[in-house]
Design a protein around this ligand. Sequence first.
Ligand SMILES: [Ca+2]
Length: 405
Amino acid sequence: MTRFTLISLVSAVSVFAIAGCAKPAAEKTVPPEADVSETASVEGDVTRELPANAFEIKGSDGVVLIAEPLGQFEEPWAMTFLPDGNLLVNEKEGRIKLVTADGDVLGQIAGVPESEVAGQGGFADLALHPDFENNKKVYISYIEAEGDLYGSVVESGTLNLTSSGGELTDIERIWTQSPKIDTGRHFSQRLLFDKDGYLFITSGDRGGQTPAQDMNGNLGKLIRLNDDGSLPDDNPFAGQGGIKEQFWSIGHRNPLGIAMDADGQIWENEMGPRGGDELNRIVKGENYGWPVVSDGRNYSMLDIPDHDTRDDFKTPAISWVPSISPGSLIIYTGDVFADWKGNALMGGLSGQAIVRVSLDGEKGTEEARYSWDERVREIEQGPDGAIYVLEDGFEGRLLRITPKG
Ligand SMILES: [Ca+2]
């Protein structure tokens, strides 16, 4: 509702100082009058066209952002920028779409494995191999079933792109979440390559809580593998036998965001139960405490001991009560938001906001929230330094977000 009120406001005052951007957004997301773009001159000769459906987001820190709706997707879950500036958008039912940075859908990727869709799970994340430009390898996560039991899997494939989509071939199994469970909860399944080329996989507790401390299953863990799925010999439990050789850290609940900072440090965010969402600095071999400790409480309202009652578990860099439900994470490195360099930006689902957190190495401090009353599923930094988000749900929009001025 407020979206359309803000539109006219933005059109009237479209002052903006970034050159060379923005053609009008895809037609399907544009109100009837929207092919009329406003062009405003800003301090002399810099001009920028803003689509008429752009709107303002006012942060809790007073900073005003401009959001440009670029397109709309059906339950989008993840996006990944390609070296050529286009992006891939994953939809939960099992589609990967090739999209320009202005939101035009060029086509779909063929050969994508069929994903089960169960509760929170479906076709999920995609990560480019660090040498993607040469080997065209990508890694995907999705859900498979065995009877009425579900679990996440990660596979690699070769992505042959064309101007109108492409095809995924040579698919190989990299990892299987185990054991499979008869619920559709807490698959997590986000993917990240670190600076040394190791593949990190977030594996949620599948709603069972205690699996996060069980060393005989890979639920509730961060997983670290070589790019072919084999076990690195410097993993914390390497050489001890069994599935624990995959683990990098344990005691996680529903880690839906993972990112690396400029120093190569890995950060992860996860949903707590009723409150207790966490942003964690990930350290090799550490136990993050779920479900023994949490700053939240169970849905039954039974309290759980807080993190500060136990120094044998790693304390979060910052936790939230009430919940923001972080569903994605980046560490910002661009120049468009110069003051935000090194900050964590988290997409909040129930929080309906981008949550900005400054990091001092060990601890995090929430600096601001930027909300437009939509659930944020995925956040990425574009090659242009702008922030791109995917809203959650069946009409989730792709938005490009830049500072107002
Ligand atoms: Ca992504």
